[in-house]
Design a protein around this ligand. Structure first.
Ligand SMILES: [Fe+2]
Ligand SMILES: [Fe+2]
Length: 183
């Protein structure tokens, strides 16, 4: 999108991937009783679970960057109170992401059980509801306004920094959302 800044494009692209991922998972689990348990023995389900584990790991890194770098950078120029509210949504999303990620990893490893499937389904539906709203508000109030919220040089530096830290794996989720890598 032409109106996005360099950093805006990076963040926007990740938001788009998250949206596609969570809608795919939501579509798979909704319909409550009619939907069969997600089963790694099924090729499509297995691919979805793997995508979910990777995607949610990425989401936690994305959020860590927003909290440590993006939000402080735009708070001065933007509406600080409103950006605080958006940042607070991370406190709901991150434990949910961590839980859903662990349930997906456990399902991959051990297959479905009734309890695991029920927990996975509930976490996926709750995550979808919260994440979709968060992405919408973050897009409208921050990402699509970055051109006016921060100057182009800083935007460029932050975009470079994000690409660099993301590829080095130096960004870590905040300690309260650390989870066990192997469920
Ligand atoms: Fe974001
Ligand atoms: Fe966010």
């Amino acid at each position: 999108m032409a109106f996005l800044s360099e950093l805006g494009e990076l963040i926007h692209e990740e938001h788009f991937r998250m949206l596609v991922m969570i809608c795919e998972v939501e579509n798979r689990v909704k319909g409550a009783d009619a939907a069969p348990p997600v089963d790694p023995a099924d090729a499509d389900d297995r691919a979805l679970l793997i995508k979910l584990v990777d995607g949610l790991d990425g989401l936690l890194v994305h959020n860590a960057f927003e909290e440590a770098v993006l939000f402080p950078a735009v708070a001065e120029a933007g509406d600080e109170a409103y950006i605080g509210l958006i940042a607070e949504e991370h406190f709901v999303i991150e434990p949910l992401a961590s839980r859903l990620r662990d349930l997906a990893a456990e399902t991959l490893e051990r297959g479905p059980s009734f309890a695991r499937w029920t927990a996975f389904r509930d976490a996926a539906i709750e995550m979808a509801a919260n994440l979709i709203l968060h992405l919408e508000s973050e897009e409208v109030t921050i990402v699509q306004k970055l051109r006016v919220l921060i100057d182009p040089q800083l935007d460029h530096e932050l975009a470079q920094r994000y690409r660099r830290e993301r590829s080095r794996g130096t960004l870590r989720p905040s300690p309260q959302v650390q989870y066990h890598a192997h469920g």
